[in-house]
Design a protein around this ligand. Structure first.
Ligand SMILES: [Zn+2]
Length: 130
């Protein structure tokens, strides 16, 4: 399976808890950050576990985008996503056009096959936290 951005996320089987975002957890202070990093940004510890995070998240500010980009058909949504582990990132939001997205809405990570055969990811509204 070819991913749009292999450094950003895991698909099933690549890590415990996958699919989800790729992150690092510091073995020194316990801080969790996005991506695979060489050293903890908080304490400088160089021993970190690579972990799968962001299976569940909460929506922050979001916007509807009206031009297509990188395989996404317009209109689509992009939003600030706060993962349950803490780190925040911008991500596409997989919701039908015209959906009323709101701050604090629960989201879940989902894989999104692209027309070019690669697989990307997005966050979809998770009603009732399901
Ligand atoms: Zn640390």
């Amino acid at each position: 399976m070819q991913k749009t951005n292999p450094s950003l996320f895991f698909v099933e089987g690549e890590a415990p808890g996958a699919p989800g975002l790729k992150g690092s957890r510091c073995l020194g202070c316990g801080q969790t950050v996005l991506l695979q990093v060489a050293a903890c940004p908080r304490c400088g510890q160089r021993e970190l576990d690579t972990v799968c995070i962001g299976q569940r998240a909460t929506l922050g500010e979001s916007a509807e985008v009206f031009h297509s980009a990188d395989g996404f058909e317009a209109p689509y949504f992009i939003g600030m996503v706060a993962t349950e582990q803490g780190p925040c990132t911008f991500a596409p939001i997989a919701a039908p056009p015209g959906t009323a997205l709101r701050v604090g809405m629960p989201l879940r990570f989902c894989l999104l096959p692209r027309p070019d055969g690669r697989v990307g990811f997005a966050y979809a509204p998770a009603e009732n936290g399901a």
